[in-house]
Write a protein that binds this ligand. Structure first.
Ligand SMILES: Cc1ncc(COP(=O)(O)O)c(C=O)c1O
Length: 371
C-alpha cells in the first residue's frame, strides 16, 4: 500500500517511548482528577508522528507533553491546514479502559484530511497512537463521577512556506484531557439560539470536515447565543436560511408524538457525528423510525407549539446526548415539551452510556478495549 507521494506503508510504525522525568506529582494529580472540568487539564505525555512528502509517516514517538517549536512561516498559521478528532476512553466495570468506535474517528479523520488536501493517516496508526499514549498515561483517569479521558488527535501543516498550496510537511499529535461533565452543573436541558446572521457551512465548503476553521467561524455566533442567555447556537443552511443544520459542536434530533425521530441529512454541510450514527442505530434496533430529512425552523416552532413535536436533543462525543429545552430567536422563543429531558431522549442516552461503559452488551461491536 502506498500513501500520498508514493511513500511506503506506514500503518505499523513503532512508537519510541520516552517517559518524562518531571511528571506531575501524584498528590497534585489526585487533586486534579477529583474535579478536572472539561478540556483544561492534560496528561503528562503526547503522541507525535511526522509526515514528509516522499518519505511518508515517520519518527513516531510518545514523549513529554510540551510546547511545540514552530517556524513563524508554518503553513497552518497562515492558511489553516488543520484537522482534528475528538473521542473518549471510558472505564469499564472490570477496570479496563475502552474507546468508543475509534475506527469511525479514524475514517472521519481521513475524510477531513482529503478535504483539506492533507495526507491520510492510516487507520491502524491512528488507533495505535491513541492506544500507546493512553497506556502511558492511564493513571490520569479521572476519579470524578462520569469522568473519562477526552482524546484529541490532530494534524497540521508544519512546512515553512508562504505559498498557497498543500504543504509538504505535517505533524500529527495526540493529547489527552481528563474530563468530567461537559456542561457545568450537568445541565438537564440546554437552551438554543437560532443564528440569524451567521451560517456554519455552505455547499461545497468544509462543513463535513472536522477542521479548525469551522470552529473559528462559529465563535461569533456562539457569543451571540451567550449574549441572549442561551447555552448553544443552532445554525441554519446557508442557501435558504431555513433548514436546521447542527449546533456548533453537536448534531440535532427531533422526536415526535408518534414516536418517530428525525435528524437533518448529511448533505455535505454537516459533520457526520459518530454519536448521531450510534443514536440512529440504537433507535432503529428498537424498531423506531428515524428519518434523515430536512426540517425547517418554522416547522420546529409550529410542531413544538402544537405538541406534534415532543422532544429535541443534541448529541456528540463531548456532551453525549443533551436535551434541548428552549429555542430562542429574535422573533421570540418556544419551549420543547415540558422544557426538560424527554422520555425517549433519556432512554436513548442511557442505552448509549451503558454500552460505552460496558454495563450493557455491545451488539454492534462499538467498544474497543484498551486493556
Ligand atoms: C460540528 C460538530 N457536529 C457534530 C459533532 C458530533 O460528532 P461526534 O458524535 O462524532 O462527536 C461534533 C463533535 O465532534 C461537531 O464538532
Amino acid at each position: 500500500m502506498t500513501d500520498r507521494a508514493g511513500a511506503k506503508d506506514s500503518s505499523s510504525l513503532e512508537f519510541a517511548i520516552s517517559r518524562r522525568a518531571d511528571a506531575v506529582p501524584v498528590a497534585e494529580r489526585t487533586r486534579i482528577l477529583a474535579d478536572p472540568g472539561f478540556g483544561r487539564v492534560f496528561t503528562d505525555h503526547m503522541a507525535i508522528v511526522r509526515y514528509t512528502e516522499g518519505r511518508g509517516w515517520h519518527s513516531a514517538e510518545i514523549t513529554a507533553r510540551k510546547p511545540l517549536l514552530l517556524d513563524p512561516a508554518a503553513a497552518v498559521l497562515h492558511y489553516a491546514q488543520e484537522i482534528f478528532e475528538g473521542l473518549k476512553a471510558y472505564r469499564l466495570g472490570d477496570g479496563t479502559l475502552a474507546m468508543f468506535r475509534p475506527d469511525a474517528n479514524a475514517r472521519r479523520f481521513q475524510q477531513s484530511a482529503k478535504r483539506l488536501a492533507m495526507p491520510e493517516l492510516p487507520a491502524e496508526l491512528f488507533i495505535n497512537s491513541i492506544r500507546e499514549v493512553v497506556d502511558v498515561d492511564r493513571d490520569w483517569f479521572p476519579t470524578v463521577d462520569g469522568g473519562s479521558l477526552y482524546i484529541r488527535p490532530f494534524m497540521f501543516a508544519s512546512e515553512a512556506f508562504l505559498g498557497v498550496k498543500p504543504a509538504s510537511e505535517y505533524l500529527y499529535l495526540v493529547i489527552i484531557s481528563p474530563v468530567g461533565g461537559y456542561f457545568k452543573g450537568g445541565s438537564p436541558a440546554v437552551s438554543i439560539w437560532v443564528s440569524q446572521d451567521y451560517t456554519r457551512a455552505a455547499p461545497g465548503g468544509t462543513g463535513a470536515a472536522k477542521c479548525g476553521g469551522n470552529y473559528a467561524s462559529s465563535l461569533v455566533a456562539q457569543a451571540e447565543a451567550t449574549k441572549h442567555g442561551c447555552d448553544q447556537v443552532v445554525f441554519l443552511d446557508a442557501a435558504e436560511h431555513k433548514w436546521l443544520e447542527e449546533l456548533g459542536g453537536m448534531n440535532v434530533f427531533l422526536v415526535f408524538e408518534d414516536g418517530t425521530l428525525q435528524t437533518p441529512p448529511l448533505s455535505g454541510t454537516i459533520l457526520a457525528g459518530i454519536t448521531r450514527d450510534s443514536v440512529m442505530t440504537l433507535a432503529r434496533a428498537e424498531g423506531l423510525t428515524v428519518r434523515e430529512e430536512p426540517y425547517s425552523i418554522d416547522q420546529w416552532r409550529s410542531d413544538a407549539k402544537s405538541g406534534r413535536l415532543t422532544e429535541s436533543f443534541a448529541c456528540g462525543t463531548a456532551a453525549v446526548v443533551t436535551p434541548i429545552g428552549k429555542v430562542a430567536s429574535p422573533s421570540g422563543e418556544f419551549k420543547i415539551g415540558a422544557g426538560g429531558p424527554g422520555q425517549l431522549t433519556t432512554r436513548l442516552k442511557q442505552k448509549l452510556v451503558d454500552i460505552q461503559h460496558g454495563v450493557a452488551p455491545d451488539p454492534h461491536g462499538w467498544v474497543y478495549k484498551l486493556g
